[in-house]
Design a protein around this ligand. Sequence first.
Ligand code: DSN
Length: 416
Amino acid sequence: MESVKDLDPDIYALVKQEERRQAEKIRMIASENYVSQAVLQTTGSVLTNKYSEGYAGKRYYEGQQIIDQVELIAIQRAKDLFGAEHVNVQPYSGSPANIATYLAFLNPGDTILGMALPHGGHLTHGAHVSISGRYFDAQSYELDSATGLLNYDSIREKALAVRPKILIAGHSAYPRILDFPRFREIADEVGALLMVDMAHFAGLVAGGVHPSPIPYADVVTTTTHKSLRGPRGAMILCKEKYAQAIDKAVFPGVQGGPHDNTTAAIAVALKEANSDSFRQYAAQVVKNAKTLANALMAKGFTLITNGTDNHLMLVDLTNKDISGKKAAKALDKAGIVINYNAIPFDKRKPFDPSGIRMGTPALTSRGFKEQEMLVVSDFIGEVIADPENEGHLLRIAKDVKALCRNFPAPGLEHIQ
Ligand code: DSN
């Protein structure tokens, strides 16, 4: 970073501060991770200088001798890793990938059916503040009020009632595995396309510890930077018969030139993900989440669905007499970074809801295992027991820092 230091000391200083923050805190935002040095370097490569609207062999700019090869490698690696018939690696991120999927198959006003945002769905699954809710007739299904689980009979009933053109499966905050064969059945019964947004659990699918949606879905969208541990980007994986519609929707439908540096970094991340060490990583992410969930429940925390099958958990803090936001702020002071989150049927407002969401992809990347998860659960229990005692929170932050020092994060090994 020497040239940044010379040219722009302000930004240099902030990048260094962020490096330290990421090195010294236990990062448990379920959608975040630490990418490898190789992914960081590729993201920062000269490929950022290139424009390449179009697809390999059919570009609108010359000078694609290298970029075409990069994009074809990324596509092939994604096909190999996930067993997909067709892959588009150009979406800038998850939201454009989802919007491109709608553009490929829908007209304004058509009906989509996805998981309600306050129940764990994503903004782009039809939330009214999103383009997906404003330009389409966005219908939603909710979780079962008694169990906090998806109720496939009621999803079916809703689908029969609203007849969506696209049925969306996928979430940002659901701690259980999705039943893709059942979603497929429902989609077939109502004549809908099945779209699965696997952004959160793509790394678990790649690592073989979560069922794959690929055999069941018409279209699968995913970001590349969550549990998959790549650069900030996205992919759309689909059946060959939808290849042209998807490619046209991404470019020129929604986007201009792809970010070729990101495409190359996606290729690197996919190579990393197709390895035994990544498969072990994915398995450890789930073991860590289960260990933490059990330890928290043993301390009297209420977990939505009483646990987790994947990389995340949703804690209902109602019985702890603290709001999600207050808890998130106290945990941050103590060096544990999470986000406040609505719980299903939350009585509180989204900006200060009753829950917190926690995930294990990032801390597993730095080498935390079951033993460390028990320590983390102790930290969390201590913070929530006394969230306004600044001295106590700062003492925990010191312990967090000491623990983190023993587990250098990928890409941040130089921070002492
Ligand atoms: N914002 C992401 C998350 O935190 O889950 C989803 O895109």
